[in-house]
Ligand binder design. Structure first.
Ligand SMILES: Nc1ncnc2c1ncn2[C@@H]1O[C@H](COP(=O)(O)OP(=O)(O)OP(=O)(O)O)[C@@H](O)[C@H]1O
Ligand SMILES: [Mg+2]
Length: 277
């Protein structure tokens, strides 16, 4: 295998150190013999990718662990690194496919709640998406995130057939997401989940770690991943997470896919256990 270096965000105030949130992962990677190089997250997130990667030496391949980036900013990151002779193992196209729901939904439709989405934030498109689901409760998010901490205000839609009430949830969602709103509205049929979530980590289609979800780090249910395994492998992506929850009928359902580089690590998972390569 080629040598792979790890890129992590630098601390904002002490730019020669890793951001505290990723410091333990940086240490673990170094102990495992990887080179660790710091990048400037604020520059990455604000269109200054060349500046952000100015300390990265030319090398074969890199993997990133850091804060979420929009697909557009990740593409800038990828291009700036290529100009320095460095290739991110996850291409910009692959990042978008894991990071944004429309990128993975078709491949996993069998095991995840039925979903409709829009392009952009238009009310009429939103009402059309609700119409595709028909009637009944739904959960709202955009291509990358929900507002789950504002459940009744901005996430849970009691009945998609009530367009006025649904739009008031969507309006509040837009207000809260503000400039982070990504892609369009995503409306998902509500399913009754009765377990905590399991976050699984996959490298090249192989499940390398099964852990808790970061919101419930001390609770790891025993999930049956047999049905999901070939479908997640079929994505053909280098590094993803897949979150699962048990539905009331006893079926393990996929809640979402994420790019493994920007998925939060639960505090109960030792940093050295994350499969980076
Ligand atoms: N279709 C659904 N039916 C029932 N509950 C759902 C559904 N979709 C999402 N949820 C609930 O809402 C939560 C947030 O949804 P989701 O994981 O899509 O958003 P997120 O904000 O990206 O989460 P994360 O913090 O994992 O990044 C889930 O953890 C789950 O509890
Ligand atoms: Mg989630």
């Amino acid at each position: 295998m080629h040598r792979v270096m790890l890129l992590v965000p630098a601390d904002v105030l002490r730019p020669r150190r890793p951001d505290a949130h990723f410091a333990a992962e940086a240490d673990a990677a170094r102990e495992a013999g990887m080179d660790v190089v710091l990048v400037d997250h604020d520059a990455l997130a604000s269109g200054g990718a060349d500046e952000a990667v100015r300390r990265v030496p030319a090398d074969a391949q890199a993997v990133y662990r850091g804060w979420m980036l929009s697909s557009e900013r990740y593409a800038d990151f990828d291009e700036a690194l290529r100009r320095r002779g460095v290739v991110l193992r996850t291409t910009a196209e692959q990042y978008r496919r894991a990071h944004e729901l429309p990128g993975w939904y078709a491949d996993l439709a069998e095991i995840t709640p039925r979903t409709a989405w829009t392009e952009g934030a238009d009310r009429s498109a939103f009402v059309t998406a609700c119409g595709e689901l028909g009637s009944g409760p739904a959960v709202l998010r955009d291509y990358t995130k929900s507002m789950k901490h504002y459940w009744h205000e901005a996430a849970f839609i009691p009945d998609v057939a009530d367009a006025t009430a649904a739009w008031s949830v969507a309006s509040r969602f837009l207000e809260l997401r503000d400039s982070d709103f990504a892609g369009g509205f995503v409306v998902r049929e509500f399913e009754n989940f009765v377990s905590r979530e399991v976050r699984t980590w996959w490298v090249d289609g192989v499940c390398r770690l099964v852990g808790p979800h970061p919101d419930t780090p001390d609770d790891l249910p025993d999930a049956d991943l047999a049905a999901a395994e070939p479908l997640v492998r079929g994505l053909g992506l280098p590094f993803v997470t897949a979150d699962f929850a048990l539905r009331e009928d006893g079926v393990w359902r996929l809640v979402e896919i994420g790019d493994g580089q920007v998925s939060d690590r639960p505090r109960s998972v030792p940093p050295g256990e994350l499969p980076l390569t």
